[in-house]
Design a protein around this ligand. Structure first.
Ligand code: GDP
Ligand code: MG
Length: 686
């Protein structure tokens, strides 16, 4: 149950982000009327007429065994209000929308808290079904133990970049293809099953693109029973190794360590194990439960041992699932295939998936037209723990989202309708928040800019030329991007990284648009309009002649993409003047020389550090306070004009500003400045 709810949350946060990404998605604003009542849009015409429930005297009909949702409806109040009121009513413990209220006293009390008078009536016939639960679907309650059957473990391979995850997955997959039907076309799907010699099956999740992201790891870990942590024996524990250990701990998923690259001469198995133990992993050889299997993913050494370790761990965990009833599952990855249409890879977690099943997942639904394994072989059915490619989606489901089977297509439509409605409400909410935030931001920016202009004397009339209008940006540089990726998982991973961007006050990062699929003409148009860079991740870009200022950048590795984006952001930052300290001197005495009729002060100094250069700038300090900051008129050593003075050499210095009077005891710093390109301070964490 815990796992399921986690995924729910993940799904909704993903949706949320979609909504936040651009105001351009905003369809329309809520009217004041709608804001008052979120139930203004009714979908299925319900028999229960709220108008007849409240009579002209302002009393509301209530009846025994009405549900919380029904009460809200008859009271014509948002469900939230009713639930909140219930918190203050003794005995009203279950505030679920579907909870039945047995006690009329309690119902009256709730109504009273909401300022409504009530009249007890017989339950209307049509109110037996609760519309809330009728409209949406959710996972079934846990199955009774007698229905549970053994199922394969779901394993995610994680680890530091370049430690050999992909190689290991390929070897494992390859091993299975070789063992399985020869000639089967291996296609890349997001998960595959390996059958061990003893007939046991293990399902591996293949996180798309670079799995080196906490978000993806988090998702993987949630749909995962066991984590195989790949650690290169030559490198030992690295940053992402630590993250995986932390994550596994938080998600309470057991780890099996694959100590990789033992074929390399520099591999140091003992050192790596020590580091792992230091990270708090209770290794088996120290009496703990974490198994460490030395392998070579490249050479295929000890892969059976690793698979056996996984299988043993799975047996220990007693992984079971209910293969009966309506199917539940999790989307691992989804994509549009140019020939086969919308496809998703999923792991079945409950029930048995068959052709003809009707599925909903988030805002997508499918009537299953075909099921395939990772070899592209059609499957008759997919039991719990089995990865399967599902053909027949009408919309593309999102990676990480829950899949639920419903009885009929009609039901699927009504669920989607309901969810879209909920979505719309959330969207309006979040966009009005967004608009408010933007307005505040704009106001603050405007005031700051006005102040700056005032200080700079901006409002004074200048001769002739009109001062250039300050644009809407207020001079804050901006990088606009469009993200296109091959699968939802990769787009999601990129967006998750972009979400960590925290340097908007120095350079704004604008996500103009994102989506799954190849770069289209529309994307190019959009890029032109917004002066945006298109980042294409593992997708094709159209072979059109690009306008010179249009940038489309293709990557197959997410961190390279992010590296490039960091460079783009840095390049927008203005260069900074940087000081370089050249030398120091002490003023020993001061004297005057005559020039014409004027007396000009000279500082008699000794260089104590570095070098003093006549052409550079000098700062005269007295008790830590700057008396002068400027250049020299002359620098003399024993009557001769010189260009520089080294340590321990004495000299006479004349400042450009003859009014500055140096004193014995003053300190002099000689420095130079140059412009240095700034770097963005955004640290995406890898
Ligand atoms: P990932 O970033 O974790 O997916 O790492 P990869 O699987 O891409 O591997 C990174 C590099 O390590 C590649 O050049 C692999 O060929 C190499 N590699 C992976 N496993 C082994 C191994 O067992 N032995 C040796 N010598 N090299 C390996
Ligand atoms: Mg890899």
């Amino acid at each position: 149950m815990l796992k399921v709810s986690c995924i729910f949350r993940l799904g909704s946060s993903l949706r949320q982000r979609q909504l936040h990404a651009g105001v351009t998605r905003l369809k329309r604003r809520k009217t004041a009327e709608e804001k008052k009542s979120p139930r203004i849009i009714e979908y299925s015409p319900k028999k229960l007429q709220s108008s007849s429930a409240t009579d002209t005297h302002g009393t509301t009909d209530i009846w025994r065994y009405m549900s919380v949702a029904q009460l809200a409806k008859t009271l014509q109040r948002p469900l939230d209000d009713v639930q909140e009121a219930m918190l203050y009513v003794p005995g009203a413990d279950n505030i679920e929308a579907s909870a039945k209220l047995e006690d009329l006293k309690i119902i009256q009390n709730i109504a009273k808290k909401l300022g409504v008078k009530t009249r007890v009536v017989a339950a209307p016939e049509s109110s037996v079904e609760d519309e809330h639960t009728e409209r949406d679907v959710s996972p079934r309650p846990p199955a009774p133990p007698e229905l549970l059957k053994h199922r394969p473990p779901v394993v995610t391979v994680m680890g530091h970049v370049d430690h050999g995850k992909t190689t290991l997955l390929d070897s494992l997959r390859g091993a299975d293809v070789a063992a399985g039907e020869a000639g089967g076309i291996t296609q890349h799907i997001g998960a595959f099953t390996v059958t061990l010699e003893n007939g046991e099956k293990v399902t591996f999740l293949d996180t798309p693109g670079h799995a080196a992201f906490s978000a993806m790891r988090a998702r993987g870990a949630i749909a995962t029973d066991i984590i195989v942590l790949v650690v290169a024996a030559e490198d030992g524990v690295m940053a992402q190794t630590r993250e995986v250990i932390q994550l596994a701990k938080e998600a309470e998923v057991p780890i099996i360590v694959a100590l990789n690259k033992i074929d390399k001469p520099e591999a140091n198995i003992e050192k790596s194990k020590r580091e792992l133990a230091q990270m708090g992993l209770a290794l088996e050889e120290h009496g703990g439960e974490v198994q460490v299997i030395p392998i070579s993913a490249l050479k295929g050494t000890n892969l059976e041992l690793l698979a056996e370790a996984v299988s043993t761990q799975a047996t220990l965990m007693g992984l079971k699932a209910d293969p009966t009833g309506l199917v539940e599952g999790i989307v691992v990855e989804s994509k549009t295939d140019p020939r086969r249409g919308k496809l998703s890879t999923a792991i079945v977690t409950r029930g048995t998936l068959r052709k003809g099943s009707v599925l909903v997942s988030g805002l997508a639904h499918a009537k299953v037209r075909g099921l395939f394994d990772h070899n592209g072989t059609p499957m008759i059915e997919a039991a719990p723990g089995t990865p399967v490619e599902i053909l027949g989606w009408r919309e593309l489901p999102l990676a990480g989202e829950l899949i639920l089977e419903v009885e009929t297509e009609k039901k699927a439509h009504s669920v989607l309708k309901y969810r879209e409605h909920q979505e719309q409400l959330a969207r309006v909410e979040s966009s009005s928040d967004e608009i408010r935030k933007k307005e505040e931001e704009h106001q603050a920016k405007y005031r700051a800019a006005r102040e700056a202009r005032r200080l700079a004397g901006y409002f004074r009339m200048r001769r002739g030329q009109r001062v250039k209008q300050v644009d809407e940006n207020d001079g804050v540089p901006r990088v606009s991007v469009i993200i296109k990726g091959d699968v939802h998982g990769s787009v999601e991973a990129i967006l998750d990284v972009l979400e960590t961007y925290n340097s908007n006050d120095r350079c704004r990062l604008d996500i103009v648009h994102y989506g799954v699929g190849n770069v289209t003409e529309g994307d190019l148009e959009l890029a032109k309009a917004f002066n945006a860079i298109i980042y294409a991740f593992a997708v094709e870009t159209p072979q059109v002649k690009l306008a010179k200022d249009l940038k489309v950048k293709s990557y197959n590795v997410i961190y390279r993409l992010i590296d490039d984006l960091k460079e783009q952001l840095s390049s927008q930052l203005p260069a900074l003047e940087v000081e370089e300290h050249l030398g120091e001197a002490n003023v020993l005495q001061h004297f005057f020389i005559n020039e014409g009729r004027k007396e000009i002060p000279v500082a008699g100094c000794r260089c104590t550090k570095g070098v003093l250069k006549k052409s550079q700038r000098f700062r005269l300090l007295r008790d830590g306070e700057v008396i002068y900051d400027g250049t020299l008129e002359s620098m003399r050593h024993l009557k001769n004009e010189v260009d520089s003075v080294k340590k321990d050499v004495e000299c006479g210095l004349r400042f450009k500003d003859a009014k500055v009077l140096p004193q014995a005891g003053d300190a002099l710093h000689c420095y130079t400045t140059h412009m240095e390109a700034q770097k963005t301070d955004w640290d995406p964490g890898f």
